[in-house]
Ligand binder design. Structure first.
Ligand code: C2E
Ligand code: CA
Ligand code: CA
Ligand code: CA
Length: 279
């Protein structure tokens, strides 16, 4: 049976002591990872569902560990959040992603939106808008080409502080979206109050389409609601051609997933963008 669960990739079976030891070792390693150039970004394309053109990419971080090889963000991002390392790591991700987006513009004469994941800790950091501003300023990227992906949990935490931070980001002119939509504890109320441009339907709903009629109903309902609120809808985790056709029929706007493109290094995206120009 197909597994529609989220981030269930932790396969190492070990005793508790082993787990704690490896946790501590990992933390020590993560503290050095940034300075040692062990982090890098891959970029997964997002396509317009109708024209099938690339309109954006999502930056996804990887850690090339000197002994263990490449480590998934599902393993080290939670650790980075626990230890606060997510703030410097997140700043590096933001700057690297903005710089990449600007380089693609220069190389290919095409502009795509760069989506960056923001964890709750980063969102709560009082320097966030300053960090975003300087990343844009130093790289020369136009703010409308930077998208920040937030989760429902991040937005629900403290309404007053959230509104203030969102207002600062709105004034900068970046594009805000809600990641993993439908999996958090969402009071729909915040959708009215916050100026968010896009919803990303979590892949646990896309998985199992077209057979799973409940997921189909949820997907259609999210698309209808988002469009009613004048928001853009992105479907994540599109793995088959059948799912793509269904999402076209449902009127979804953007699609992202292995069927259309895996996360790849920046050079591969540049090649794809140039390919579209020449076609
Ligand atoms: P996410 O933001 O929901 O990112 C989508 C994840 O789904 C990525 O996993 C991507 O590789 C994977 N994916 C894309 N298409 C498909 C598909 O068709 N099928 C399946 N099964 N999976 C697909 P990845 O790169 O391992 O990242 C996992 C999570 O780690 C991300 O989930 C995000 O929450 C977090 N993450 C990654 N990079 C960053 C970052 O720079 N900062 C922060 N704060 N979190 C990050
Ligand atoms: Ca994301
Ligand atoms: Ca997601
Ligand atoms: Ca996620």
């Amino acid at each position: 049976a197909k597994n529609c669960g989220k981030n269930n990739a932790k396969l190492y079976s070990s005793s508790l002591t082993m787990q704690i030891m490896s946790h501590v070792k990992l933390e020590v390693g993560l503290r050095k990872a940034l300075g040692n150039d062990e982090l890098y970004l891959l970029y997964q394309p997002q396509f317009d569902v109708h024209s099938t053109e690339i309109v954006g990419v999502e930056a996804l971080v990887r850690w090339r560990h000197p002994e263990r090889g490449v480590i998934s963000p599902t393993e080290f991002i939670p650790l980075a959040e626990e230890t606060g390392l997510i703030v410097p790591i997140g700043e590096w991700v933001l700057r690297t992603a903005c710089s990449q987006a600007r380089n693609w513009q220069r190389q290919t004469r095409r502009s795509v939106r760069m989506a960056v994941n923001l964890s709750a800790k980063q969102f709560k950091d009082e320097n966030l808008s300053q960090i975003v501003l300087s990343a844009l300023h130093e790289t020369g990227l136009d703010p409308r080409f930077l998208e920040l992906e937030l989760t429902e949990g991040t937005l629900m935490d403290d309404a007053k502080a959230t509104l203030a931070t969102l207002e600062q980001l709105r004034r900068i002119g970046v594009y805000l979206s809600i990641d993993d939509f439908g999996t958090g504890y969402s009071s729909m109320n915040y959708l009215k109050r916050f100026d968010v441009r896009a919803l990303k339907i979590d892949r646990s709903f896309i998985c199992g389409l077209p057979q799973d009629s409940e997921n189909a109903a949820i997907t259609r309902a999210i698309i209808a609601m988002a469009h009613g609120l004048k928001m853009v809808v992105v479907a994540e985790g599109v793995e088959t051609g059948e799912q793509l056709v269904l999402l076209q029929q449902y009127g979804c706007d953007l699609v992202q997933g292995y069927h259309l493109g895996h996360p790849v290094p920046g050079d591969s995206i540049a090649q794809k963008l140039v390919g579209v120009v020449q076609a």
